[in-house]
Design a protein around this ligand. Structure first.
Ligand code: ADP
Ligand code: MG
Ligand code: MG
Length: 252
């Protein structure tokens, strides 16, 4: 589904990613771990097509196509979804309106009929229950005045409504208490499917106690410096990230 080869990315002319390789197949869940500032969010933004993140070398193929040739909104329509580390507030736009507009844009693109208000509400209420969210949050402005936990749940609610093919979750676990973490993990686990891939960006191993990834990768020095199975997350929790960087330094 996703094939990243020798990816180099600069932000404000500063090289952040320097030769990153990653391959993700349909049905898989990959965790990207790494110290603060290692470029995890940069990778997430590049996949979503955020402005200011400049690819200077390398290629990204998504579903066999050149991802970098697609505008951000085309990527979204093609099923790429990014849950933000810092979800944005959109004053004046009701949550329910955004969700419905986004879903119907996606459905039009897939050649499916749009959902009317009644069918949409039925669908979204089921997802609200999954995320243990209050219905009142639908009618508030997107993320405005939401607590940290409500914002993160709202990101997963968006994902559950849009049913993306490739979901990237950027530190959705950070700032969550244990109950909210379990709700978020339940939501993510409910979305696992043979047709869908997920990339979980996380600093801590905690989330991976509830979502067992197929692969764990460590970002260091602008590359995937180490990859392993789900148990690698526990090793990192014990040993920290310093040794991975030291090993990567020796190799380059
Ligand atoms: P992580 O998500 O792993 O904590 P980031 O991708 O956010 O790492 O950041 C990687 C590096 O890029 C950091 O050194 C950070 O300061 C820098 N960086 C990220 N975004 C910007 C930006 N908009 N302008 C300048 N530097 C940035
Ligand atoms: Mg960070
Ligand atoms: Mg980050």
């Amino acid at each position: 589904m996703l094939e990243i080869r020798n990816l180099h990315v600069t932000v404000d002319d500063k090289p952040i990613l320097r030769g990153l390789d990653l391959e993700v197949r349909a049905g898989e869940v990959h965790a990207i771990m790494g110290p603060n500032g290692s470029g995890k969010s940069t990778l997430a933004y590049v996949l979503a097509g955020r402005e200011g993140y400049v690819v200077t070398q390398g290629e990204i193929r998504y579903m066999g196509r050149d991802l970098l040739a697609l505008a951000p909104e085309e990527r979204a329509r093609e099923g790429i979804f990014l849950a933000f580390q810092y979800p944005v507030e959109i004053p004046g736009v009701a949550n329910v309106y955004l969700l419905k507009a986004a879903l119907n844009a996606m459905r039009r693109h897939r050649g499916e009929s749009e959902l009317d208000a009644v069918d949409f509400l039925a669908l979204v209420k089921g997802k609200l229950k999954l995320m243990d969210m209050d219905e009142a949050l639908l009618y508030r402005a997107v993320n405005e005045g939401f607590s940290g936990g409500e914002k993160k749940r709202n990101e997963i609610l968006q994902m559950a409504v849009l049913e993306p093919r490739l979901a990237i979750l950027d530190e959705t676990d950070s700032g969550l208490d244990i109950d909210a973490l379990k709700v978020v993990a339940n939501g993510v686990n409910a979305m696992r499917s043979p047709e869908r891939a997920m990339i979980l960006v996380t600093h801590y191993q905690r989330l991976l106690d509830y979502i067992r990834p197929d692969r764990v990768h460590v970002l260091a020095l602008g590359r995937i410096a180490l990859s392993g199975g789900p148990d690698l997350a526990q090793d990192l929790e014990r040993r920290g990230y310093g040794w991975v960087e030291a090993e990567a330094q020796k190799r380059h």
